[in-house]
Design a protein around this ligand. Structure first.
Ligand code: ADP
Ligand code: MG
Length: 576
């Protein structure tokens, strides 16, 4: 652990968290700039995976990710996409929602930070994809609360990435940040001048990420296996997917791979070449283009106006992604910082800004609304009929926040006493295709003229919270929006109830330790091997367990290093 100054260890320190689809990280701002905090296994990346065994034994991170193979029924991963939805993940006999699973990750990160600082940590900045809607942002707040963290601010991931780069940049420039993570794709255009950073536009695809590249390979592998692929057990399927992931990563430096996959007593010889990979992922690579074009269009820029293109997210390590971006942008993208940790570093900078860290005092940052928000209106058509369901934007996409805008409306039917103001977010001219956020009922009274009857004010702040105030012009009567009955959102009562349930779950520190990770890796590899290799893995695991029983830390460390090297070797050898 590094030496810490007074400011680092202040009990009210704010941490910055990248709560990723695939991996999560935690950092903070120190006198030396943003720093990342290692987890109990000494790793900076904590896989966003959760394993629950029995009633209350919770494992988070790498050990849990390995259980995806050996115990998929008690393991959950890739749940971030479902934040703010009703979807549940079953772990054993209990159902959990994405915000609860996220809370388990956050609790584990919080514990890592607490053991790093030696005091409680209660305040955090959490990053979210630019395209997270209101429900998903609220769900992220709820997850923080469930983890015992006060979420001081949500920060858009690409903004955080730019902040990590922006802090090291003193020049005047326009940059495009392209973040391809495990499950989301975000593009942002930012302007930096005099230490001020302004987000000009952002766009993205919340259903595109490195996991889709893995899935493409996974499906191809299944086809190669043929009929036998139809009867794969969940464990075998998870093992094959893990193999696809390894193959994808290996193609970063190899021309081809030929992994072996074992089902029962049969071994299947698989193959993946660069050409085949390019063919399989072409539909995914094609989807990189549109968000880039939209972000450029919204900012009123051409790609040649950009000074820098910055790559963020583990999936941008794929050469084929870099080539595609180079072709699209007609420029070679940069990736000066480690693409996996850029966002957490930026969240750490934001945390430093919030706690008014001295080194950051003269930096100002602005953010933009990630989507358009407005209300449903009706319209009288040329033939006199009334058509409803039209969308009237009030705050438009990519306006600098915080922002407050008001528009004036008239009722359609001069005799009616009441209007229902329905609030939506989205980019479609028809409200039916947008996301409904809620409604306010407004009593107009009979005394109105039927013209310019009421005002609707939208105020949107940097955390992505929308306040709607509708005011009757004549009487001054006002209604504030209370978003009710959202299909995905958890109510306060629900949060309290789940909080009680979750506090019964213990994270066992030893489960997170590097030793448990090593054992879990052995089990996963054993599961997917046969014959001599299986014997080899089993022997190595028993030897290691014997060392663990002797409880001599120095011996354990040496043995674990050896075992890890062996596992790396065995996992790699199965690819070629
Ligand atoms: P997220 O922000 O969604 O949590 P990350 O930025 O950590 O995701 O990226 C995770 C994705 O990056 C995964 O799909 C993983 O397979 C991929 N990835 C990580 N390293 C590499 C690599 N060397 N080559 C190809 N893909 C990689
Ligand atoms: Mg990410």
């Amino acid at each position: 652990m590094s030496a810490q100054s007074q400011t680092d260890t202040a009990p009210d320190i704010i941490v910055g968290i990248d709560l990723g689809t695939t991996n999560s990280l935690i950092g903070y701002y120190s006198d030396d700039g943003p720093q990342l905090i290692p987890n109990a296994s000494g790793e900076l990346l904590t896989p966003s995976a959760v394993h629950l065994s029995g009633k209350s034994d919770l494992t988070v991170g790498a050990a849990a990710r390995h259980r995806l193979v050996s115990d998929p029924d008690h393991t959950a991963a890739r749940f971030k996409r479902f934040m703010g939805t009703q979807k549940v993940f079953r772990l054993g006999k209990t159902d959990y929602r994405a915000e609860e699973l996220s809370a388990m990750i956050l609790r584990s990160l919080k514990a890592d930070a607490e053991s790093h600082f030696g005091h409680p940590v209660t305040r955090a900045v959490i990053s979210v994809p630019a395209y997270f809607n209101d429900l998903q942002r609220k769900a992220t707040f709820a997850a923080g609360k469930l983890a015992g963290l006060k979420v001081e601010r949500l920060i858009n991931e690409p903004t955080a990435a730019a902040l990590a780069y922006g802090v090291t940049s003193d020049t005047e420039e326009t940059l495009l940040v392209l973040d391809l993570g495990g499950g989301t794709f975000d593009v942002s255009i930012l302007e930096v001048f005099d230490g001020i950073m302004e987000v000009r536009s952002s766009a993205g695809d919340i259903m595109l990420g490195g996991e889709d590249f893995t899935d493409a390979v996974f499906h191809d592998f299944k086809e190669q296996i043929g009929d036998a692929a139809r009867d794969l057990s969940p464990e075998q399927a998870a093992g094959l997917r893990a193999l696809a992931e390894q193959a994808k990563i290996a193609l970063g430096s190899a021309a081809s791979v030929s992994p072996e996959f074992v089902i029962g007593e049969t071994s299947h010889e698989l193959s993946l070449t660069q050409d085949r990979f390019a063919e399989l992922t072409k539909p995914l690579l094609d989807r990189l283009r549109r968000p880039i074009q939209r972000a450029l269009g919204d900012a009123g820029l051409l790609s040649r106006d950009l000074d820098r293109v910055v790559l963020v997210g583990g999936a941008t390590r794929m050469p084929i992604v870099r080539q595609t971006v180079t072709r699209l942008m007609k420029a070679f993208p940069e990736h000066g910082l480690d693409p996996d940790s850029v966002i957490a570093l930026g969240a750490g900078v934001q945390a430093g800004l919030l706690s008014r860290h001295a080194a950051l005092e003269d930096r100002v940052m602005t953010d933009v609304s990630p989507f358009t928000m407005g209300i449903a209106t009706s319209r009288r058509e040329a033939d006199g009929s009334i058509s409803s369901g039209h969308y009237q934007p009030i705050i438009e996409r990519n306006m600098v926040v915080p922002i407050s805008r008001v528009d004036t409306f008239s009722r359609m039917d001069a005799k009616s006493n009441m209007v229902i103001v329905e609030i939506y977010q989205g980019e479609s001219p028809r409200v039916a295709e947008n996301v409904r956020l809620g409604e306010v009922k407004l009593h107009l009274g009979g005394e109105n003229s039927g013209q310019d009857d009421f005002d609707v004010r939208f105020t949107y702040d940097v955390s992505g919270v929308l306040e709607v105030i509708a005011t009757v012009k004549k009487t001054g009567r006002e209604r504030r929006l209370v978003i009710e009955g959202n299909a995905g959102a958890m109510s306060a009562a629900e949060i309290d109830k789940r909080l009680k349930a979750l506090s019964g779950l213990k994270i066992r520190p030893e489960d997170q330790s590097a030793n448990k990770v090593a054992i879990a890796r052995c089990k996963a590899l054993y599961e997917n091997s046969l014959g001599a290799k299986r014997v080899h893995v089993e022997q190595a695991m028993s030897d290691f367990e014997a060392v663990l029983r002797r409880q001599v830390p120095r011996e354990i460390d040496a043995a674990r290093e050896q075992l890890t090297a062996l596992l790396d070797e065995l996992e790699r050898s199965s690819l070629f």
